[in-house]
Design a protein. Structure first.
Length: 321
């Protein structure tokens, strides 16, 4: 896109050179010399000879033509300046809006659209001026062949400028639409990025969420969290049973904590609690766990030295003994 803008700028620059030469040559043949009869003033009265009056009209037309030539040159210079500005805006649009970077004081889309709107207004002003110049040039045609040739050259220049002006306005409309497309794509990318970040955050939270509960044996059995297995029946009693966690535990019945942040667990009372589940006891802080008869117990408040304590099991069940 930038290459096209530079090519157009080069064409306008070349046109400016040709136009300056053309206008310069037109001005060499400026006001026509009044015929000799104009110098022979009628001493008998104030009447102006017809030839002198015609020469005066032509001189006025040539001066008006020179003014319009200056106007066209200034218009061309302005068009070249606007074309350069449009190229700069187009480069910024090609870069597109940032997705991760924080917005500047003026958001990207507002800044670009404001610039495009200003350029559109300037081009519209130029077009209005060119149409008025063409109308004024057309009024200068008085039948003089030399003047008519210069007028046709000026009109052709004005028409070429106006056509280029309209092309640039069409380009501005295209860029404005492209900005909207880029914004929509940016919004989609931002939404996807946010969704990915949220998914990662949820997965991370889920992976580091652990659960614990403490209660009496009967309370835990009634809640369906533990059950007795093994053992043997002796007359009226069953001995040697082991209390284990049941499968399919319901997280809603547990205290939920983050294994990365939780280092201390406060139990309901000062009683001794047996760890029924399979946490890694080696990662309890010194003095927090007591081994008795092959089983591990904790009291009232115990500390976890390392989150790896939770690696074997996410659910910690503590039975009051």
């Amino acid at each position: 896109m930038k290459t096209g803008m530079l090519a157009c700028l080069g064409l306008l620059a070349g046109f400016l050179i040709v136009f300056l030469v053309m206008m310069g040559s037109g001005r060499v043949a400026t006001e026509p010399t009044a015929p000799a009869e104009a110098e022979l003033a009628d001493t008998t009265g104030p009447r102006t000879p017809p030839a002198a009056a015609a020469a005066g009209d032509d001189a006025t037309a040539y001066r008006a033509l020179a003014v319009e030539q200056d106007t066209l040159i200034r218009t061309l210079q302005t068009a070249m300046q606007l074309l350069q500005e449009l190229g700069d805006v187009e480069q910024e649009i090609v870069g597109g809006p940032a997705i991760d970077a924080r917005e500047t004081a003026v958001p990207w889309d507002e800044r670009v659209r404001t610039h495009l709107d200003r350029l559109r207004e300037r081009y519209q002003e130029l077009e209005t001026g060119l149409r008025r110049a063409e109308a004024r040039l057309a009024e200068l045609d008085r039948g003089d062949e030399r003047l008519r040739a210069s007028l046709q050259e000026a009109l052709a220049a004005a028409d070429a400028l106006r056509e280029d002006n309209q092309r640039q306005q069409a380009r501005i409309s295209e860029l404005t639409a492209h900005v909207q497309t880029l914004l929509q794509e940016r919004d989609v990318a931002v939404a996807l990025s946010a969704a990915r970040a949220d998914t990662i955050r949820q997965l991370d939270t889920s992976a580091n969420t652990v659960y614990w509960i403490a209660g009496t044996e009967q309370e835990l059995i009634d809640k369906g969290l533990v059950e007795k297995t093994g053992g043997a029946s002796l007359l009226f009693a069953r001995v040697g049973e082991t209390l284990v966690a049941r499968r399919g535990l319901d997280p809603e019945q547990f205290h939920r904590v983050d294994r990365r942040e939780t280092r201390v667990i406060d139990l309901p009372d000062a009683a001794r609690y047996e760890i029924v589940t399979k946490q890694d006891i080696a990662h309890l802080a010194d003095g927090s766990g007591v081994r008795d008869g092959g089983r591990w117990y904790v009291r009232e408040r115990f500390e976890i030295a390392d989150p790896s304590f939770w690696d074997p099991a996410k659910f910690l069940i503590l039975v009051r003994r």
